[in-house]
Design a protein. Structure first.
Length: 365
């Protein structure tokens, strides 16, 4: 057995979802259909990244050309930037239904070339979730779409696209690695279905899980069944900030996450109904930590962590809206990750309907 408990072998994903990097060259990949997490040693031989932006116009066409399919058959689930090389990794599905092929794609930050991570004989390990929703569970997971997914729905004077998927697909909604622990958000089969799991890495010791409860401002109720859509650690890893569909932002101090405990989060902001949060990243600006939240139907939002920490809990429907926020002026921003200290790399949906890789300057956000 090699470093981090990895062994060489062939990996066959049934699906690819959330991504995050851990130590060394370890990329964690969520296989949602199997309700499992796979740790891959991607052995990235790229040179050290630089403090410069990276741009790639028409990401869809680059991927379609490499995968040998039409642009409409390219489905991107997540993005992760290698911390050392700054090469870009995407979880991509070519096609849909029974013909769908999951692929982990690597894009060189130096020349924009596209390749796939070779899963034959790769060093890997994996862990299965203990109590995910069953594959036969007929309940649905619903959220407001980004791009042209789902079906068009009218709600009053607003129109948006709504996705309805089997509840199993929400067993893993986001993953992050913090100081030897992989945090996994999603749903379980427990009474309090919204769950945050903590899995030590290497995958050897027992994992722990907490059922979560949050006050959903736009719904005006306490909820235990809605999954976290996306989350990020902040405050040097002392807390996480999580967001849910329609769109409360909630904090959870990591010190409160005792094994098996039912945990109530603190709702600190409400970003509006008819929306799904897509990603959260933290960054430093003028010595202060800030968060960026990308959304399916709303512009990019910037919030100071100091405002989050001083915000009183929201426990009443609709108003007030909580911690103050800014809109830096970017629309169509989807998945994001830190490129380096100076830039956030984002997938941005253009007016032409195509997705592009665009670097956002942390100094000017």
């Amino acid at each position: 057995m090699g470093a981090f408990g990895l062994e060489h072998g062939d990996v066959a994903f049934e699906s690819v979802g959330a991504l995050t990097f851990g130590p060394a060259d370890i990329l964690f990949v969520a296989d949602i259909r199997r309700a499992a997490i796979v740790a891959l040693d991607v052995a990235d031989a790229g040179s050290e990244g630089a403090a410069e932006p990276f741009e790639l116009h028409d990401l869809d066409s680059h991927l379609a050309s490499y995968l040998g399919c039409g642009v409409d058959d390219v489905h991107i689930a997540d993005l992760a930037v290698h911390p050392r090389t700054q090469n870009v990794y995407l979880s991509v599905t070519r096609g849909s239904g029974d013909a769908a092929v999951p692929v982990i794609v690597r894009i060189s930050r130096h020349d924009g070339s596209v390749s796939a991570v070779d899963l034959k004989g790769i060093a890997f390990s994996e862990v299965a979730l203990e109590d995910p929703p069953s594959a036969g569970d007929e309940r649905l997971d619903m959220y407001v779409a980004y791009g042209d997914e789902g079906e068009l729905v009218k709600f009053g004077e607003r129109e948006f696209r709504l996705v309805r998927n089997p509840i199993r697909t929400a067993s893993i909604t986001d993953i992050k690695y913090v100081d030897g622990t992989l945090f996994v958000a999603g749903l379980s089969n427990e009474e309090f279905a919204s769950t945050l799991r903590r899995i030590p890495f290497p995958f050897a010791a027992d994992s722990a899980a907490n059922g979560l409860e949050i006050f959903h401002v736009s719904h005006g109720v306490w909820e235990t069944a809605a999954p976290i859509r996306t989350f990020a650690p902040y405050g040097d890893g002392s807390s996480i900030i999580a967001s849910y569909t329609c769109t409360p932002l909630v904090t959870f101090p990591l010190g409160d996450l005792r094994p098996g405990a039912h945990v109530k989060g603190t709702t600190v902001a409400e970003l509006g109904s008819g929306n799904t949060p897509l990603d959260i990243v933290s960054f430093m600006q003028d010595g202060q930590e800030h968060l960026l939240v990308s959304n399916s139907t709303r512009p990019l939002v910037k919030i100071a962590c100091s405002d989050i920490d001083r915000q009183e809990p929201l426990t009443q429907p609709r108003f007030p809206e909580g911690a103050p926020r800014q809109e830096p002026g970017y629309k169509g921003v989807g998945r994001m990750d830190a490129l380096n200290d100076d830039f956030i790399l984002a997938i941005q949906l253009g007016d032409d309907g195509r997705r592009h890789l665009h670097s956002l300057s942390t100094a000017s956000l």
